[in-house]
Design a protein around this ligand. Structure first.
Ligand code: M6R
Length: 608
């Protein structure tokens, strides 16, 4: 995904664009660029890499002296074409008059490119976006109006897009249009913004307009007019920005990731207060229209960390509800036979609510008439449109690309939903219900205890940083925690981490073990613990350094151990995810990695 900012108003345009892009940097950081519409021409400035590189270019080229009242900016997560300056946005038409930034993918760009080239249009990049800028420019030549040109070109584009477009001959307006990619208009006094996400508007405006698919906004300094694809005006409601500027500050932490890990107890407390009233579960802020008694099949679709949260839900719900739950990577779900009907409940889980694979999976589930629920941290996101039931995660904005607090919030939401269903379906006794509630209530304090052991975890991480690869293993409820631990370590430290069910090690992966391959074992209470300990012995016998995580240390064979407070096995994924998040964080820190913005990644992946 990429980040887009457009500005029209009296402030210094380049500064406004840079400021907005800074707060969207979590969306991509392969390249950055801005275009300013000044009196003489459209001036475009680009740099590969992070925003800091663009700032240097702007400084060198004295860009801030441009007398401009409007401009557009972009940060890119590369899909088509390497992260070079040529491929960076904004993209300019060959006559130098029309310029645009784009988030999404133009699926038919090859055909469009060929067609335009046949008409003599020159291309300068490998991007899909360039086909759009030349298409708009060709349409402009025919009608001489930016608005009309965009409207005429849109039916020729297939795929997902959010475009912000300017034309040199129309220096009073920015055109914004979207389909399957987010765009928000920020409305100020004598100035207006167009952005991909609200953080870019914090401290700037307090009123916004959410643009929907197939809507086009003509954004001027003093007015915003939204029209449908046929040019009919649509009356849009001005909404209040309900996010505080604090969310985009590190608040004294070295990285957003550490801040977000440490926020987890308070997020759980807040959610708990909202969800438990008079000893009853009230998911008041959720909209749940499912009649659980009619549900014959539950399928959860998600990607990455959200998929790991779904895996935990499967284990917990199957035990609590005695009901089969199917988990699918959303990217696979779309290409397989799915036996769904109106008695199926398909649950999509997505922090961002913009993940293309998960959205496509839900669109497919809609075709089978399945009931659809989403769990998302962004109730203003695209995914919500495909669901009749919506459960907000309430984790607050997550800036670090590596998901931590949103994973915790997803787990918590699954546990609350599990309890709600168990109650509604009479699958739980009053005493058991009380006990489970207590476990959830005590959780924040236990997490705080884990957070207080950061020094020990940091010491272990310093050693882990010396190894090129590690193995995580677990049995039971924490197998998904092991997958999540491996993902977290991989994505921010680039150490090759893999996770296995501990019993599977002997069926192959054990061949990897020697003194250079640490094994990290995640322990939970119950019958799996002694078996897992035997697996640790097996690893030790192959000279692998063995690190234990969870509960009280149960043997002397460990080279290092991270103790966690006692907790019932089924709730332990909520606790054990914290030390593995910290371990990944401190390992990446020891290796001097870019923790909040790991290479090649973006916060959410809006392409399939
Ligand atoms: O926004 P989503 O939850 O749909 O995102 C899914 C994955 O892309 C995401 O969890 C990814 O794996 C993170 N980088 C994990 O830290």
């Amino acid at each position: 995904m990429c980040g887009i900012v457009g500005y029209i108003g009296n402030n210094a345009v380049a500064d406004e664009l840079l400021n907005g892009l800074k707060n969207l940097e979590y969306r991509g950081y392969d390249s950055a660029g801005i275009a300013l519409n000044d009196n003489k021409k459209i001036a475009v400035f680009k740099a590969s890499g992070k925003l800091a590189n663009l700032k240097a270019v702007l400084h060198e080229k004295n860009a801030k002296n441009c007398s401009s009242f409007m401009g557009i900016g972009h940060i890119r997560w590369a899909t088509h074409g390497a992260p070079t300056i040529e491929n960076a946005h904004p993209h300019l038409s060959n006559d130098g008059n029309l310029v645009l930034v784009h988030n999404g993918i133009i699926e038919n760009y090859k055909e469009l490119r060929q067609k335009l080239q046949n008409h003599g249009v020159l291309f300068h990049s490998q991007t899909d976006t360039e086909a759009a800028v030349h298409l708009f420019a060709e349409e402009y030549k025919k009608c001489g109006s930016l608005e009309k040109a965009v409207r005429n070109a849109l039916p020729q584009l297939k795929g997902a897009f959010a475009f912000v477009i300017m034309h040199h001959a129309e220096p009073d307006k920015i055109i914004a249009v979207r389909k399957n990619a987010p765009l928000i208009i920020g409305c100020g006094k004598g100035e207006n913004y167009v952005v991909s996400d609200i953080p870019a508007l914090l401290g700037k405006v307090s009123r916004i307009i959410h643009l929907n698919d197939d809507e086009m906004a003509v954004v001027k300094k003093d007015e915003v007019i939204v029209k449908d694809i046929n040019g009919q005006i649509i009356q849009k409601e001005l909404e209040k920005v309900d996010m505080v500027a604090d969310v985009i500050s590190k608040n004294g932490y070295a990285h957003f990731m550490l801040k977000e890990i440490c926020e987890q107890p308070s997020i759980l407390r807040k959610v708990m207060q909202a969800h438990v009233q008079k000893q009853k579960i009230c998911l008041d802020d959720a909209k749940i229209v499912v009649d659980f008694a009619q549900v014959q099949k539950i399928v959860i679709v998600a990607c990455g960390t959200s998929l790991h949260a779904a895996m935990v839900a499967k284990k917990v719900w199957e035990e609590w509800l005695q009901f089969p739950v199917q988990i699918e990577a959303a990217s696979e779900f779309i290409y397989q036979t799915n036996l769904l009907d109106e008695h199926s409940l398909v649950i999509g889980v997505s922090q961002s609510g913009e993940t293309a694979d998960t959205i496509t999976a839900l669109k497919l589930a809609q075709k089978y008439k399945a009931q659809i629920m989403v769990l998302t941290n962004r109730i203003d996101s695209s995914i919500v449109r495909y669901a009749s039931s919506v459960v907000p995660l309430n984790a607050g904005v997550e800036i670090s690309v590596a998901a931590t607090k949103s994973y915790m919030a997803q787990l918590a939401a699954f546990y609350w939903l599990g309890l709600l269903m168990a109650q509604k379906l009479n699958k739980i006794s009053h005493d058991d219900w009380q006990q489970k509630l207590q476990s959830l209530i005590q959780l924040p304090e236990k997490i705080e205890e884990v957070l207080s052991h950061q020094d020990n975890i940091n010491l272990i991480a310093q050693k882990l940083a010396d190894y090129p690869a590690v193995v995580f293993m677990a049995r039971g409820f924490n197998l998904p925690t092991a997958y999540e631990a491996a993902l977290k370590l991989k994505e921010i430290s680039y150490i090759n981490a893999n996770a296995y069910p501990a019993g599977e090690l002997k069926h192959g992966p054990i061949a990897l073990l020697d003194e250079n391959m640490p094994v990290l074992a995640l322990f939970e209470k119950g019958e799996t613990a002694p078996k897992l300990l035997s697996n640790c012995e097996e690893a030790k016998a192959r000279h692998a350094p063995v690190i234990g995580i969870g509960g009280a240390k149960c043997s002397d064979i460990f080279d290092a151990y991270i103790e966690t407070p006692e907790i019932e096995a089924c709730f332990s994924p909520l606790l054990l995810c914290v030390p593995v998040q910290l371990l990944a964080y401190f390992t990446a820190k020891a290796l001097n990695c870019e923790i909040d913005q790991p290479r090649n990644l973006a916060k959410s992946v809006t392409v399939e």
